[in-house]
Design a protein around this ligand. Sequence first.
Ligand code: GLU
Length: 282
Amino acid sequence: MSSYVGRFAPSPTGPLHFGSLIAALASYLDAKHHDGLWLLRIEDLDPPRELESAPKQIMSQLHACGLHWDQDVLFQHSRLDAYQSYLDTLSTVTYPCICPRSPSAYAGTCRMRTFSQTKTPYAIRLKTHKKPIEIADLFLGKQTFDNDLGDFIIKRKDGLFAYQLAVIIDDVYQKINHVIRGVDLLESTPRQIIIAQQLNLPEPTYGHIRLAVNPSGQKLSKQSHALEIDTSSPLVLLRQALIALGQDTQNRAISVTQLLTSAVRSWDRSLLPQTPFIFTGN
Ligand code: GLU
């Protein structure tokens, strides 16, 4: 066994659709090709957006596709105390913010506010710096984020911890050293790195894959009405996902296990497509 530890970390806002399946499969194949562990984390941090049935559905969809994870599933709702204690250690680089959520980089209006003088409810923002953040993306090559990201929220006004904070704390907690996920999260990566640097935590290696889009060019998502994957023919589904990942599908596997074994063996990062895969399934 190598020291590679990867993961799939879905938010339980609904069952898996084809876009989430290819992210799951890419992270699985990259981990198993490198003889690593592949963990599952359910990112249930935002109850208003979640479906109670989704964690169970996601797990049974993954099992139906032969994507069995190592170790116990980690649920983020069980980690709230850990997020709070890390947040407490960031008190010198955070401040309370009462501004409405801004879609663009935050201008820093509340930067001078102090916790003792601000009435709740407020969000908590992390002060960012203007130093460029560089990542050596496994698939996209060197990525430099040199513009000011703006101070960003790590705990929301409604009291919920933000994805950016929880995700890096848990990647480190689970000893994840390879994060393979969709390119839609690329812009989040420098923020997670800034938090890791502030907390003196190790930074994982990142690889962002091109996503599947529908014929109108929209990312497959709940918002674009992507349908849940049909796991009644997992071989067909997995072959389609392998095509989306640019991988070899010319094998004669007659079972999911055979197909995955061969896909793990032949997984080739250099074959990952440079453009989004157009999914015509729904
Ligand atoms: N939970 C996030 C989502 O489902 C993904 C987190 C990640 O892979 O870093 O979009």
